[in-house]
Design a protein. Sequence first.
Lengths: 90, 183
Amino acid sequence: MRLTCPQCGERDRREFYYVGDAVALERPAPDAGDEAWEAYVHLRDNPAGETRDLWYHEAGCGAWLVVTRNTVTHAVLDVVLASDVKGGGA
Amino acid sequence: MAELIAKSPCDGLLPVEIGGVTLREVDLGHLTALAPHRGKEKSFAEAMKAAHGLTLPKPGRATGKDGKRLIWFGRAHVLLAGPAPAARLLSHAAVTDQSDAWAALRIEGEGVEDVLARLVPIDLRQQVFKRGHTARTQLQHMNVSITRLGDDAFMILGFRSMATTLVHELETAMSGVAARRAG
């Protein structure tokens, strides 16, 4: 598997660390209620198809990335800097 | 008071020369990480130009020359190698002294690309990785910064704490390439 870092170009999987579902970019408001917070903290989909994950380019530029990929075909569809995504802050 | 003796990271290990490739330690002077504050990227670039005469490099590039270099060092930060950072930069960027944190090596000679190809997962051949190109990547399992200095010369920055391993890995690869060439 290879990911194309927006800053470094195409790099080997070994340079990246998987940090989980990109749901972390959609943090609920503090007063959003128990249900929203439980879903945010605990509930994850496990789709056969497109997923949106966070990856950390730890052995490269150190950027957090949002990677859209397909778990069935293993195709990597899109890689963007998390800081460029709404909710990515940075 | 105790008399402290400063040792370079690769003290006693270098230089070595194997099969026409030389590996030596270099003293880069001050090493300073500079991360411009959000929204101050432009004023930081101007202050850098005015203070040190260096152009802010794009991702994957280094500017300047021996003794005074500005190296892209990761997302939204650069490494100033050589001069101590001018005070005027402080209002534009987060400034961190890293002078003692890195082991700096220069590896050069015919076949140096073959040596690095054994250790580094990215393509460092001349046609894609030209003079002035730089990368943050791995050398075996160590995170490093690699910059091309010339047709057969690279600079490698590795963590000081891993200097011995870094030298060992490079020496082993140099021996391997030399043995291949001799055969």
